[in-house]
Write a protein that binds this ligand. Structure first.
Ligand code: MG
Length: 239
């Protein structure tokens, strides 16, 4: 899991480094694909439920599951990049949202709130706590900063499969759900909207966008539950 996580984190970094005005989302995906293959790993997303690429690239009001292709990235966009790598039978999954050139103050704040909500959540991700303690902390942080957490999509257990039990919501009352135990690996991934939490899926049956057309950001790492602080398995210098 550590090795898979390291490779997934490297793929996310490769995508971030490729990001610039004028590049297409398809070209960013090529960078992700090439990096994962260079590490002798398999792009987990490619072919997953028929998904046609090695990364999900979601721009501005797109929340998740954007399909890489001909779309050109422009100065002022915010771009969410989600990647997964399978190595020796185990999966690492991580995501981040990045600004392209000069973006609005609101966009930068949304990115920061989303990222910080992950770290607020995982403060509670330790053996002996309940899963929804993490969920609640994320929701509290996000809503106290005037944004909303997506309800229709959640984080997940992860191991030999990308999506395993339990579901890891980014909302809910504390003190519920499974008891966290040392050795569990989960993907915690707040999806945060600047406006309403509602989302809809485009006619391509993949891309999820905000209902109100306002911006959305995503931040995800695969973590290991321990008796102390959670270990982030998809750690990288730029997370
Ligand atoms: Mg995930």
């Amino acid at each position: 899991m550590r090795e898979a996580g390291r490779i997934a984190a490297g793929a996310r970094t490769a995508a971030r480094l490729a990001l610039r005005p004028g590049i297409t989302t398809g070209e960013i995906d090529q960078a992700v694909h090439a990096y994962i293959l260079s590490q002798n790993a398999v792009p987990t997303f490619l072919g997953y439920s028929g998904f046609p690429a090695s990364s999900c690239i979601s721009v501005n009001d797109e929340v998740i599951h954007g399909i890489p292709g001909k779309r050109v990235i422009h100065e002022g966009d915010i771009v969410s990049i989600d990647v997964g790598a399978t190595y020796k039978g185990y999966v690492g999954d991580c995501a981040g949202t990045y600004p392209v050139g000069q973006v609005s103050k609101e966009a930068l704040e949304l990115i920061d709130i989303t990222r910080t909500s992950f770290f607020e959540g995982i403060k509670l991700a330790r053996a002996g706590n309940r899963l929804s303690d993490v969920s609640h902390a994320i929701q509290q942080y996000v809503e106290s900063h005037g944004c909303s957490v997506v309800r229709d999509y959640v984080g997940h257990g992860i191991g030999a499969e990308m999506h395993e039990d339990p579901q890891v919501p980014n909302y809910g009352r504390p003190g519920h759900g499974p008891l966290l135990a040392s050795g569990m690996t989960i993907a915690v991934e707040p999806m945060v909207n600047a406006g309403v939490y509602g989302v809809r899926t485009l006619s391509n049956e993949w891309t999820v966008v905000t209902l109100d057309g306002k911006l959305s950001a995503h931040y995800e790492n695969t973590i290991l539950i321990t008796n102390d602080e959670a270990e982030i398995l998809t750690m990288a210098d730029d997370i």
